[in-house]
Design a protein around this ligand. Structure first.
Ligand code: AMP
Ligand code: MG
Length: 415
């Protein structure tokens, strides 16, 4: 049996980052950038008006006020998208719309509310600071500046910025394909008629959802019987994927064949981790592809996934940080446990007056899937701890996106 940290360390060493692909930017959202993005020209490219109004020479509006306006000659009208041919001189102004480039000779924009049109002249009622209401060239991004870098998680703002740089395609890391195989003679597919003694294969569905939520592409391999030939055949099929995840068949029962297959078809790195739920986890590689043999119990497989498979998918996808930001919550009840294993306890999270409180979801058996449905997070109790009291602050891994910043957080909080 190895410690959780050691297991994670061994796993991540075996997990490669995938190659790159080029995508139209709209398809790149939620993916990880695989190139640095530099700005080819200033944004905005030229000084332009931030208001509808008149562009003027600051020197000409000295002392202007409502009773004593500056009166300027209007050279023309400049809608956004046009460039004014000509130059401004003393005593002159140009009517200008938001976004239009400031014509040469002018240095300030007076918004229309502070002016009054009078034939081919305009009265300006205010003295503003020089440069007021102008968006200066490069004030957003300067030519040559790095605006994004490889490893950045692409959010809507990034997609907009790529568009404004006229980048219609972008290089991102490939999405890991993750094969999911449930094992067990007792399993029944979702649409098969119910039979006594059988259990519906729910793991394939929760695991596929976890894969998708982590940014991977799930490939369903169905159910393998607890028989060598069937397991081998399906694992071989799964080798088209970048990563394999099986559930069930990793305990010590006579029919628990996954470890044996892992040893026969490839190499097993370890079996059993000092955690609950999720102790019987097997990890190894087959033909260079990492395989996670997760335990069959529905909660165990999900908690093991959260702990080990999710960071692996994030690493393959090019993320810089692989872990969810954890938070601190105040326990609302005592929790006791035996020393020896790290416990991950399903909890509800209640935000109140700037604090988060945690209560357990009740029965913590590893077969109680409803405890995961109710849970917004996992309270983490260290190996050696035997009692956590109500009122104590504990570490929590948030599972609910409302409590983490994003379903694929691009950052981590150091422990
Ligand atoms: P195992 O690790 O194969 O001994 O499985 C432990 C228990 O987990 C089984 O007795 C089932 O009740 C449950 N289980 C295993 N596989 C699945 C699955 N794919 N979906 C739902 N429950 C499962
Ligand atoms: Mg089984």
């Amino acid at each position: 049996m190895i410690l959780v940290e050691e297991a994670l360390h061994q796993i991540l060493q075996k997990i490669p980052r995938l190659g790159m692909e080029r995508l139209p930017i709209l398809q790149a959202r939620t993916r990880i950038l695989a190139e640095d993005i530099r700005c080819s020209r200033n944004i905005p490219p030229w000084d332009n008006s931030a208001m509808d109004g008149y562009t003027v020479r600051w020197a000409d509006i000295q002392g202007a006020s409502r009773p004593n306006p500056a009166i300027l000659r209007v050279l023309g009208d400049l809608p956004a998208g046009r460039v004014f041919k000509g130059q401004g001189g003393p005593g002159e102004a140009v009517r200008i719309m938001t976004g239009a480039p400031i014509p040469e000779g002018f240095d300030t924009v007076v918004q229309v509310e502070d002016t009054e049109k009078d034939g081919d002249r305009v009265k300006v009622f205010v003295l503003l600071e020089k440069g007021k209401n102008i968006r200066f060239s490069g004030e957003d991004v300067k030519a040559g500046e790095k605006v994004m870098e490889a490893g950045d998680f692409l959010r809507p703002a990034h997609i907009g910025m790529l568009a404004s740089l006229q980048r219609s395609m972008v290089s991102v890391y490939q999405q890991p394909r993750v094969a999911i195989l449930s094992t067990g003679d007792e399993l029944l597919e979702i649409d098969e008629p119910w039979e006594e003694g059988k259990i519906v294969n729910s793991n394939s569905y929760s695991l596929a959802s976890l894969v998708a939520e982590s940014g991977g592409i799930p490939l369903q391999l169905g159910i393998a019987k607890d028989r060598r030939e069937d397991l081998t055949a399906r694992i071989q099929q799964g080798l088209v994927a970048d990563l394999l995840v099986t559930s069930g068949g990793v305990s010590v029962g006579d029919y628990d064949l996954v470890k044996r297959m892992l040893n026969e078809l490839g190499q097993m790195n370890f079996w059993k981790v000092a955690m609950r739920p999720g102790q019987p986890l097997a990890f190894g590689t087959i033909s260079g592809k990492p395989l996670f043999g997760l335990p069959g119990n529905p909660v165990s497989s999900m908690v093991s996934f959260e702990q080990f498979v999710r960071p692996s998918i994030l690493k393959m996808s090019g993320h810089k940080n692989l872990f969810r930001p954890t938070l601190r919550a105040v326990l609302r009840e005592d929790i006791s446990k035996k020393a020896g294993l790290v416990h991950f306890i399903r909890c509800r999270l209640i935000p109140e007056e700037g604090k988060v409180y945690a209560t357990t979801t009740g029965e913590q058996g590893s077969g109680i899937l409803s405890s995961m449905v109710k849970a917004q997070g996992l309270v983490v109790l260290p190996r050696e701890q035997t009692l956590a009291r109500a009122g104590e602050e504990v570490k929590v891994i948030p599972l609910d996106p409302l409590f983490s910043h994003s379903p694929y957080p691009p950052f981590a909080i150091k422990e």
